[in-house]
Design a binder for this molecule. Structure first.
Ligand SMILES: [Zn+2]
Length: 299
């Protein structure tokens, strides 16, 4: 599953190749690739013909082409979906699902998806705070890489919750684009345990945490800045960042870079959480907080 850095690289690459071009033909080679578009493949094609691509946008891990009629093509990459730009006449990929041709006769945009968990759909744009977003993802909050992201607003919203810090970081309605790995790395940098109650977070701790989140994502973007061409070959969800630079994720039993205590792994929200038991002490009340209804957990 591609993470935010890969999706951003794809967005930038697509923007370079398809913006200001007009769609002249759309071929749906596998109906499953447009299954989320209820009116079906024929209608999908009809709605796109003659449309000009105005922009390629992203929110969290969602990507869409903004069209001049005010609609959009929303892409879900799923596990194996790829959006490729290929010179016209390039032999079809084995798992080519949708082909878009442009009026200028230049490079085609292709949606290739081996496992067909991903797909494309035509959708309407809805105004949200500071921008238009496909109707399906209006509930997805801005990500920390978004120029209009306001950390102080998110910190305020997080502190108003009766939850745990890591749960908040992974909640796409609060902040998007922070996967499990980034959450663990940012928590380690901010010296916070993931089960720290959100309502006990100080404003300062919140600032430190989101500064760490931004740092981790920026570094991942820089290190994972794989070229768009390389992504044609393989978008496998592992940027260069994942194999380098990780301080805690996947390092259980190894010494913490800061204090040499051994990194621990525990199960959290059905996934693994990694943390340093010394730098990120478990909050004393977290066991009680987990088992107590939110309204009574407030101190
Ligand atoms: Zn440590």
């Amino acid at each position: 599953m591609p993470e935010l850095p890969e999706v951003e690289v794809i967005r930038a690459g697509l923007a370079e190749h398809v913006v200001d071009r007009t769609l002249s033909d759309v071929e749906v080679l596998h109906p499953r690739a447009v299954r989320r578009y209820v009116p079906g493949p024929e209608d999908f094609r009809a709605r796109l013909l003659g449309e000009r691509v105005e922009a390629v946008r992203r929110r969290g891990k969602y990507l869409w082409l903004e069209l001049d009629s005010g609609t959009a093509v929303l892409g879900h990459l799923g596990m194996s979906g790829q959006l490729r730009v290929q010179p016209a006449g390039t032999p079809d990929e084995k798992h080519l699902r949708v082909r878009m041709r442009f009026a200028d006769g230049g490079d085609e945009l292709r949606f290739v998806d081996q496992r067909t968990f991903g797909g494309l759909q035509v959708t309407d744009l809805r105004p949200t705070q500071g921008g238009q977003v496909p109707a399906e993802i209006v509930h997805i909050a801005r990500d920390p890489v978004d120029p209009d992201f306001r950390a102080e607003d998110v910190v305020r919203a997080l502190r108003a919750r009766r939850s745990e810090v890591k749960r908040g970081l992974l909640d796409q309605s609060l902040v998007s684009g922070i996967g499990n790995i980034y959450a663990d790395e940012a928590l380690w940098r901010a010296r916070l345990h993931g089960t720290c109650p959100t309502w006990r977070l100080t404003r300062k701790q919140g600032q430190v945490l989101f500064h760490a989140v931004a740092e981790v994502l920026d570094e991942a973007l820089a290190a994972g800045g794989t070229s768009f061409d390389a992504l044609y070959v393989n978008v496998n969800g592992r940027s260069g960042y994942f194999s380098r630079a990780l301080a805690v994720y996947g390092r259980d039993g190894q010494p913490c870079e800061r204090c040499a205590a051994l990194i621990r792994r525990e199960v959290f929200m059905n996934r693994s959480s990694y943390f340093c038991p010394t730098c990120q002490p478990r909050p004393r009340s977290s066991r009680r907080a987990r088992g107590t209804p939110p309204h009574t957990a407030r101190p």
